[in-house]
Write a protein that binds this ligand. Structure first.
Ligand code: NAD
Length: 508
């Protein structure tokens, strides 16, 4: 049994009083409307938080702007050292923070702990990167000239996060931005403010000791009040937004209107293709984790399954049988594989989706109902549907898996790529030809294309993100760091002549 009070207290959260919704070097109660953090597994209030108002937002931006001139001139490896110390705090408090993630978000404990591990991995990566952030040298056409490309910090990075990864997505952005010399202002999603507060408490221990308060800031506030202010704010040159396609689309237009930059990590609608020659045991495990893990509330959750005709019937039977063994319930119980949805409106969305699926001719093979008990629980659901089923074009943020039968890889690819989103995808096959075709230019149109691995559970070393309505952003590994910096081309003339490029003459 988790002692919630003791857990919250250890993490610097007051279970009784009003908690601060602003961290900008010091923790302050915001002047906005107080917010209740509700446990989705039983509907109880975990704690209350004093949300930020527009005025609080202004103060937090000012704190970041005050810290930036000094932070950007701190050698990057020393910035990396601050990130390393934060990772040490995370290591020390992994169990507590991971438990809080489960409590507030509803994901099962192993996934809550995995999220904190992802933060630690991201920090380690950013620390290494802080000794690189490398540019290029180019050959100048002019004698005794040296031409280089180098990277400088941008300024304040606004980080707007979704509820479903309440701590890791901040780390993806903040640790890279911090190593790159930026300051960050975090606006977490309203269902998970305590996770953000707990992270900020850990961060503050390091910033206080190292003298870097003001580098990582937090405003817990509504999208309409604090989020919109950030989108329109020219003092925030980059906004990284993780969320639904609809919110991201509107946000991107606002940021672009002021020539700001955005990184968009939006909704997914991820497909798995299982070919006749696949290792079905592997495919089954991957589909179960992808479709049911995090109660279907990952951007990379498996939502569409394309089964080649030869194995479709047998695989469907095995899948439905496996769904029958999935335990839905308390996310902190080690036997549970599927926790609750985030809140009542997510359950309503699930029920509305099921009503439409039934109306439009989807065949519900298992699940399909909300569970009659306290908390936001629904049944993991499998729906057999004809190819091109309209409802399957939308991301319903719940454990609903659409199952389609396909004749061959051509047909599978055509339908796989027909949805608006383009985040993650995978194929299960033992054929080199099929696998290579899936990841080729005529294969999957997604940002992530896996072979014999499911759609969810990416490592941080690769660039993470998707195409089309998923927004085109990339975060975490590879060269994603470049988005947090500005590129500068610099040419130095160390000769005593003044030659012009392209042979232009301009002599007196
Ligand atoms: P959401 O779109 O409702 O909210 C996302 C964030 O945007 C929240 O912090 C919210 O407060 C904020 N927001 C809302 N309106 C705003 C406004 N007008 N101005 C500024 N900010 C505003 O999403 P959610 O329900 O929290 O998360 C689920 C969605 O996120 C799913 O669609 C999921 O696929 C997506 N997601 C994508 C990724 C990815 O990497 N591609 C990762 C996680 C989640």
């Amino acid at each position: 049994m988790t002692d919630t009070r003791a857990l919250l207290t250890r993490l610097g959260i007051d279970p009784e009083g009003l908690n601060p919704g602003v961290y900008d070097g010091s923790f302050r109660e915001g002047r906005g409307k107080p917010l209740e953090s509700v446990n989705p597994a039983d509907g109880t209030v975990i704690a209350r938080i004093a949300r930020a108002s527009r005025v609080d937002y202004e103060a937090a931006v000012a704190a970041g702007l005050a810290a930036f001139p000094r932070w950007r001139m701190e050698p990057a490896p020393r910035r990396g050292e601050v990130v390393r110390l934060i990772a040490e705090e995370l290591r020390r408090h992994k169990q507590d923070l991971g438990t809080l993630v489960s409590l507030e978000n509803g994901k099962i404990l192993t996934e809550g702990l995995g999220e904190v591990q992802e933060m630690i991995d991201m920090a380690d990566y950013a620390v290494g990167l802080s000794r690189q952030l490398h540019g290029l040298t180019m050959q100048s056409e002019r004698p005794r000239h040296r031409m280089v490309e180098q990277w400088h910090p941008l300024g304040t990075v606004g980080v707007i996060t979704a509820f479903n990864f309440p701590v890791a997505v901040w780390a993806w952005n903040a640790f890279l931005a911090g190593a790159c010399g930026d300051v960050t202002l975090w606006k977490p999603a309203s269902p998970t403010p305590l996770c953000a507060l707990a992270v900020s408490r850990l961060v503050d221990r390091v910033l206080m000791l190292t003298g870097w308060r003001g580098v990582f800031n937090l405003v817990v506030g509504s999208g309409a009040e604090v989020g919109d202010a950030m989108l329109d704010d020219p003092r925030v040159p980059l906004v990284s937004l993780t969320g639904s396609c609809a919110v991201g689309k509107a946000a991107a237009a606002r940021v672009a209107a002021r020539f700001g930059r955005s990184i968009l990590e939006l909704g997914g609608n991820n497909g798995v293709i299982v070919m006749d020659d696949a290792d079905l045991e592997l495919a089954l495990r991957a589909v179960l984790f992808g479709a049911v893990g995090t109660a279907g509330q990952r951007c990379t959750s498996t939502r569409r399954l394309f089964l080649q005709r030869g194995i479709a019937r047998g695989f469907t039977e095995r899948l439905v049988a496996a769904y029958g063994r999935i335990r839905v319930g308390d996310p902190l119980d080690p036997a549970t594989l599927c926790g609750p949805l985030i809140d009542g409106s997510a359950v309503t969305d699930f029920e509305a989706a099921m009503a439409r699926i039934r109306r439009e001719g989807g065949e519900v093979l298992c699940g399909g109902n909300r569970l009659d008990r306290p908390g936001c629980f629904v049944e993991p659901t499998v729906v057999r549907a004809p190819l091109g089923f309209r409802m399957s074009f939308e991301e319903t943020f719940a454990p609903i898996l659409y199952l389609f039968e396909v004749a061959d890889l051509d047909e599978a690819l055509r339908h796989h790529n027909e949805v608006p989103q383009g985040l993650s995808s995978s194929i299960f096959t033992d054929s080199v030809r099929a696998a290579e075709r899936f990841v080729s230019a005529e294969g999957s149109d997604c940002g992530i294309a896996n072979v014999n691995i499911g759609t969810s559970g990416a490592e941080i070393g690769g660039a993470f993100g998707g195409e089309k309505d998923t927004g085109g952003g990339r975060e975490a590994g590879s060269d994603s760091w470049k988005q947090y910096m500005r590129r500068q081309t610099s040419t130095t003339n160390w000769s005593k002549d003044f030659p012009l490029a392209q042979g232009v003459k301009f002599d007196l």
